[in-house]
Each structure stands twice: as C-alpha cells, then as structure tokens.
Ligand binder design. Sequence first.
Ligand SMILES: [Mn+2]
Length: 430
Amino acid sequence: MTRMINKDVIDADNAGRIADLKADYDHLGTQLARRGIDIGAIKAKVSAYGVAIPSWGVGTGGTRFARFPGTGEPRNIFDKIEDCSVIQQLTKATPTVSLHIPWDKVDDLKELKEKGNALGLGFDAMNSNTFSDASDQAHSYKFGSLSHADAATRQQAVDHNLECIEIGKALGSKALTVWIGDGSNFPGQSNFTKSFERYLDAMKAIYKGLPDDWKIFSEHKMFEPAFYSTVVQDWGTNYLIAQELGPKAHCLVDLGHHAPNVNIEMIVARLIQFKKLGGFHFNDSKYGDDDLDTGSIDPYRLFLIFNELVDAEARKAEGFAPMHMLDQSHNVTDPIESLMNSATEVSRAYAQALLVDRKALEGYQDGNDALMATETLKAAFRTHVEPILAMSRFEAGGAIAPVAAYRASGYRAKVSGERPAAKSGGGGIV
Ligand SMILES: [Mn+2]
C-alpha cells in the first residue's frame, strides 16, 4: 500500500503519548464499567465506523467574495485522493472518497481506481453538478437544470447524471447524490408546480438508469443560489421526491441546508421512520450554509442527530443504512487538518450516542420525567470519549494525535514543492 506519510513519523509521535493514553483509557474503562458499559464494545463500534471525505473538501474553498488559495493545493483528483489518504492514514476514520463530476473527471478511470486501491481508499457516493456550466456544454444552467423550462437543457442535465452513474460504476461506487441549484430570485419568475413537475420527470429518467444495487439521493437546501424560491428547498419536498421515484430513492440531509434553529434531529427521526433517510453531509453552521467544520459550532446538535441514528441502529429499524459524508468548505485552515478534526468529531458524536442509557431513557420518557430524560442524554454527551477514539486510531495504525502527527510529518511543505500554486480552483460550497 502507498503511504503518503512515513509510518516512522506517526510511530514517533505516538511513542510520546501512548503511556498517558493507556492510563486515560483504563480510567475511562473503569468509569464506564460503573455505568454498566463495556469500553471495548464501544471502541469496536467506533473502529468499524467511517465517514467519506468529499474530494472537493481537500482544496481551499472560498466565499462569494474571494478565494485565498493555500499552498500545495491539489491540482486534480489524483492529488486530491493522495490528500484524502493522509486523512485516512492518520485518523483511520475516513476509508472512502466522494467524487464530484465534472471537477474530478479523468480520461482513465482504471488508473483512478487503481490509485484509490493503492492508497487504501474506496469510492463513496458520486456527486453530479448541474449548478454550474462546464466549458463544453451546449445549454446553460443559468435558469435551472433538471427543472429548466427548456426540454433540451433538462435532457442535458439528465444525461450528465447518467454519465455520473457510469463513472461511478467503473469506480465501485453505489450511489448518486443529486443537488440542484434550481430556483428563482423573483416572485412570479417561475411556476412552482410546473418546475417541480419537470424536476420529477427528469429525476425519473435518471432513476431509470440506476443499477439495481444503487441508491439515488436528493439533497434539499433552503436557499442559495436562488434567493426567492428553491425547487428542492426542504425535507418535505425531498420526501415527496423519494416517494415519487421509488425504493432506491432516499433523502440526503446536509446539516447546513436548513433554517437556523430547525430541529434537524427530528427530521432525521421522521426520515428513518419512513425508510427514506439516505445519508448525510456533515458540517456545521452559525447562520446559513456556512460549511464550517463539523462539530465546531454546535457539537450538541451533532450528538442529538447521532442519538437518533444509534437509537435506530439499536432497534434495528427497517431499511436503515444511511451513508455518511463530510461536506465542508475550508477558508482559513489547512483542509487536511479541518477534515481530520471533523472526522474525529463525527466519530465522537457516535461514541457519545452509544453511551446513552436507552432503557433508562425510555423509562423516563414513559414516566414523563423530563428532567431525568434530558439528563440521561447529557450524561452521555458530557462523557470525555477521546481515549476511546485515540485508542481506536492507535490500534488501527493511525495517530493518537492526528493534527500533531500531520504537522510533524511536513506533508504540506513537501507537496507545496511538488504542486505549483493554482490561480483559481473549483468552488467549495455545495
Ligand atoms: Mn451538501
């Protein structure tokens, strides 16, 4: 296997930390045992958990105003998956990459798949792009894509999605995520009903091209780039789409695509109940679709979402198998560091949710003991689970402290010498 970071660097950094980690892990194990929890069982579940890295996340993002490129930025998908493999090598929590077409289009798919194999990475959901114009396309998406008033433009968007499926098949992907920017900026600009009918017809044409063992995810987003109305603006619309299309269609929940203060964990519960939760784009936000690092603003909300996921897992909810992806834009940090921390935050929320005493919680809920019910969740959330995460990484050959090991490796400086600075790059906000 190709390793982008010298294993000696990781071992050297781990060597200075392992004694403390063992002591912390043993102490936490004693504490959890008092609560009737086997730390080894929690660690095993955390070790088996993974979240996909978005290929676009390893480049520096930007805002509507400017993009400030970092040094040693990946120039193409081959560079990108090398960066992704660094994240996996150090965290052991990101075994797959989610590609974006046409940004990640290559001439030789076999070469890309082999490179992924060599780096120990698989390919997660494919992402289509009909929210910007590719240089070689006949019809513009300025006024929409899958819901466009013009049939030829809609067909072009359908064909692009079918091409994404073909690329994904060659790489071993099993899902297509569709997010469109279609909408309107002015009241009266578009007919709500007609545009949604056109969207559904186009999605049905894509659905027809979906292999039997694939899933298709529609991703809702309240607003942006359209600011008056958006065709797929909320989870209700998203659920209608999944219902209309059929059993292979599910809803994708991007945490940043809701109005502030919306109860996302309850949306998650509803979608699980009706077997339509397809997956996540994890990130965090303060105001809108900020695409900030996962868990950086509201880690309790992330925990509450995972509480619903673990609840569904524990009761073996029918049809429950969501895919987990990060979807972030990094403007002021090294993307590799941000993605490593975000993967860790997702694993942390999972570990904390596994600690919830579900039997006690049910009793408090049925007995209308609001205070103890919420304390039961808080008791799990307040538990410092870092020793579990760190031990899981260490035992898998990763880094006890991923950011420290990464900085010690000098990887960014090394690739800066190999990758000339690009003048501009693809957007980071999806
Ligand atoms: Mn997204």
